[in-house]
Design a protein around this ligand. Structure first.
Ligand SMILES: [Zn+2]
Length: 253
């Protein structure tokens, strides 16, 4: 407890997360294989290199993520799982959890929340990264957010608060030895209202490599790399570094 308080004090005095990040447990929760590589791949690689242990929880099977008429959803599911394993390995992620909901059919319901709570109570993350459920569209970018992304973000936020920390919710998990857990930091992937930036200059190439490991999703590697470099540079300007990732950061009380 003393060390934790000291770490928080040092963190607040220095104004950045380096000391608090050391040896943290980080959980990324996403809707589809590849979401986390795009949204926070650089930050994950950075924190792992600093001693953190990272886990990914992928909620759907990604079986609808192709317009190729020659690939069946069943085949795509197998391909995407192996691409996810490969990408996570590149970032240094310790383990992927797969819930295998059907791509495009994710709903924030009691069953999904319980499954997310189970993983949170198993690995006891200090930090959870997920998708911002309030991000519906961006008219300027001509972007409509995928409903699975919103369901993922909402279910994960609900799981963090109040259900993972509330011992009376899901009493059957107590019987599995999974006790309540408070997540101290939540980072939401969004393209708007970001209030927290991570310097990923040294991890940009690793992030790109992890994204390109999702071969079934990459038609034009040069184009994707160019786009991601441009986006990373734009965010980097916010903290005067070459490349950055940005999040909405919440520290739940
Ligand atoms: Zn997605």
């Amino acid at each position: 407890m003393f060390l934790e308080r000291l770490s928080i004090l040092i963190d607040s005095l220095l104004g950045f997360g380096y000391y608090l990040r050391m040896a943290k447990i980080v959980l990324g929760v996403c809707a589809h294989p590849d979401d986390l590589e795009f949204g926070c791949g650089g930050s994950i690689a950075k924190w792992v290199s600093e001693g953190a242990t990272a886990y990914f929880l992928v909620l759907t099977d990604g079986s609808k993520g192709s317009e190729d008429p020659n690939i069946t959803p069943e085949e795509l599911k197998v391909i995407r799982r192996s691409e996810q394993e490969e990408a996570a390995k590149i970032l240094g992620v310790k383990e992927n959890f797969f819930l295998d909901y059907i791509d495009g059919e994710l709903e924030n319901n009691l069953e999904l929340r319980k499954k997310i709570v189970r993983v949170i109570r198993q690995i006891k993350p200090d930090v959870v990264i997920t998708m911002d459920p309030s991000f519906l569209y961006d008219a300027k970018m001509g972007f409509i957010n995928h409903p699975d992304h919103r369901a993922c973000g909402q279910a994960t936020l609900d799981a963090i608060f109040p259900f993972a920390r509330n011992a009376k919710t899901f009493p059957e998990l107590l019987e599995e030895g999974l006790f309540s857990h408070n997540v101290k930091e939540v980072l939401l992937v969004n393209f708007q209202n970001m209030n927290y930036f991570v310097d990923i200059t040294d991890e940009m190439e690793t992030k790109l490599e992890a994204i390109l490991a999702h071969k079934s999703q990459v038609d034009n590697p040069e184009e994707i790399q160019g786009f991601m470099r441009k986006a990373g540079k734009m965010l980097g300007k916010k903290i005067n570094v070459e490349y950055a990732e940005g999040f909405v950061k919440i520290n739940p009380n």
